[in-house]
Design a protein around this ligand. Structure first.
Ligand code: ADP
Ligand code: MG
Ligand code: MG
Length: 513
């Protein structure tokens, strides 16, 4: 049932102030935090890097259709196995990559890493995916039942799992306290706030892979999990929450800047090719890396020189379980999503069926397809030539977003900016982009606390459903497949991009309606 009164309730100035002070203190006390933006804190104000600040967050959990939330959760495992199957299908990925090679050096380099390791033979058969499938609510008209449509599927460095369960906890805390006491207060019983176990569930995925490694291998050194990170990293607490969760279960976990892979790791000169991590504070202490968890390395910025690519190769050829492997990272390319979703009548299902276990019921294929929105190539195929016309049309382009094969936010071109952008590129490069219909969720109101200021108005919510999956790349056996909690990110409805880290979005949680 939709809330009957205004939601979020109108607040007096005093109420806003009181709510803000609760949120600010709770956030810092519970690690719902990021490092401050460099521009906001002059070096002299924080010379030792001790400061942290609250993450942008909504004052209230946004209303979200229960059926849509359930829909996202119910297809989580099907999506996990779909992308595991894509990662296992080298032939298919080769076809995708070949289209991009000449025009996208980053994809070409990743493919080279795969080819080099393939030549030598992969040491490790197990592969771990920590995935996040992102959706927006789509409602063709107010009479129609809302459904979710997929924005994208992330296979590398899917972030905010460590902060998202805390955001749910913050809103639950407020429902038990501050919300009740407002003039136009809301009772806790009116707030259906589902459990969110993202931190524990993602850590459980890493732990499961760690367990599989240590069971299978006779390790010479103590085994560990290695987080490969960017440095500096503002969103460090998101990652730390996962690390603390592992440490509480007695699993050694270390952070290593991606640029230091060659300096701090080595591959044992044995047939097994164990990955060894040399502790910087005590270089005689060596760990054997069971799982490498990438929170870096998803974009060209992390590969500023040849040694970064050597580092990536070193990890890939080692016996550590990669989260993700190069092939899994490539499976998350937007081009893959487009190939799955381009409407081509009969053959559409045929492509999905290539990856879905023949024993799966037809309804599973249908439930995945139901979340596709139209996505087109911009190559010289018939569909691509049609899409070029749309992309260059001053009117039609307004319903679309143009995406390159990149991750991490801030890379897309929206609506009327598409034709001039395309015209500024050589036509031979257009095929490295995909053209996607814009999803326009029904309007929702909320307030966002960002850098101490409250932004009030229409907002757009994006639901992410996390999943963890461990599989055997050779036998194609899926060893573990779990839904792993959710993320709700909310941005002002005038903003095209929604990244929290990129400074556009905010953390949120769902109030089921
Ligand atoms: P990235 O991998 O960089 O996160 P996304 O495909 O998620 O790329 O795009 C970034 C943001 O752009 C999304 O979080 C969303 O806010 C917006 N966006 C992307 N695709 C769509 C779409 N089809 N409809 C509406 N908004 C979109
Ligand atoms: Mg992404
Ligand atoms: Mg995204």
């Amino acid at each position: 049932m939709a809330p009957s009164r205004a939601y979020p309730p109108d607040l007096t100035e005093v109420e806003t102030g009181s709510l803000l002070s609760t949120i600010k203190d709770w956030s810092v006390a519970h690690g719902l935090t990021v490092r401050p933006p460099v521009s906001l804190v002059a070096a002299e104000a924080d010379p030792h890097g001790v400061l942290a600040t609250t993450v942008p967050v909504t004052l209230f959990p946004s209303p979200f259709p229960r059926s849509c939330f359930e829909q996202g959760k119910s297809i989580s495992k099907a999506y996990n196995s779909l992308y595991a199957a894509i990662a296992q299908d080298e032939e298919f990925l080769k076809g995708i990559v070949q289209e991009l090679l000449e025009v996208d050096d980053f994809i070409a380099e990743l493919w080279q890493v795969h080819l080099k390791v393939k030549e030598e033979g992969y040491a490790q058969k197990l592969s771990l995916g920590i995935f996040r499938s992102d959706y927006m609510v789509h409602q063709s008209s107010p009479e129609n039942v809302p459904t979710i449509k997929q924005v994208e599927f992330n296979t590398i460095a899917a972030s905010f799992g460590g902060l998202s369960s805390q955001t749910s906890n913050l809103h639950k805390y407020l429902a038990q306290s501050d919300y009740k006491y407002l003039e136009n207060g809301i009772q806790q019983s009116e707030m259906d706030l589902p459990q969110n176990t993202s931190t524990q569930s993602l850590a459980a995925g890493l732990r499961f892979a760690y367990g599989a490694y240590t069971e299978a291998e006779k390790t010479t050194y103590d085994p560990c999990v290695l987080f490969l990170v960017q440095s500096p990293e503002r969103n460090i607490f998101d990652q730390r929450h996962l690390e603390y969760e592992l440490r509480e279960k007695n699993i050694p976990a270390f952070r290593l800047p991606f640029s230091e892979v060659l300096a701090r790791t080595s591959v044992a000169d044995t047939p097994k090719r164990q990955l060894l991590y040399h502790l910087p504070s005590n270089s005689s202490k060596i760990f054997e890396v069971a799982v490498v968890y990438f929170r870096a390395g998803y974009g060209p910025e992390d590969y500023s020189n040849e040694s970064a690519w050597k580092g990536r190769l070193q990890i890939e050829r080692s016996n550590a379980i990669k989260c993700p492997s190069v092939l899994t990272q490539l499976a998350g390319a937007k081009k893959v999503q487009q190939v799955l979703a381009t409407p081509t009548s009969a053959s559409e299902s045929a492509i999905l069926q290539r990856f879905i276990n023949p024993s799966a019921v037809a309804s599973e294929v249908k439930s995945l397809e139901d979340t596709f929105t139209n996505i087109y190539p911009l190559d010289d195929s018939p569909a691509g030539l049609e899409a070029r016309k749309i992309a260059l049309d001053e009117e039609k382009c307004k319903g679309y977003v143009l995406k390159p094969q990149r991750e991490g936010g801030g890379n897309n071109t929206y609506r009327s900016a598409i034709p001039p952008f395309l015209k500024s590129l050589p036509e031979s490069h257009w095929k490295s982009y995909i053209l996607m219909e814009i999803i326009s969720p029904p309007p929702v109101q909320n307030m966002i606390l960002r850098n101490g200021n409250v932004e009030k108005g229409g907002v757009i919510c994006e639901l992410g459903i996390y999943g963890t999956c461990l599989w055997n790349q050779d036998t194609k056996e899926i060893i573990s497949n779990e839904e792993a909690g959710y993320l709700l990110r909310t941005k002002g409805d005038q903003s095209e991009e929604g990244g929290v880290a990129a400074g556009f979005g905010s953390m949120d949680s769902v109030r089921l309606v």
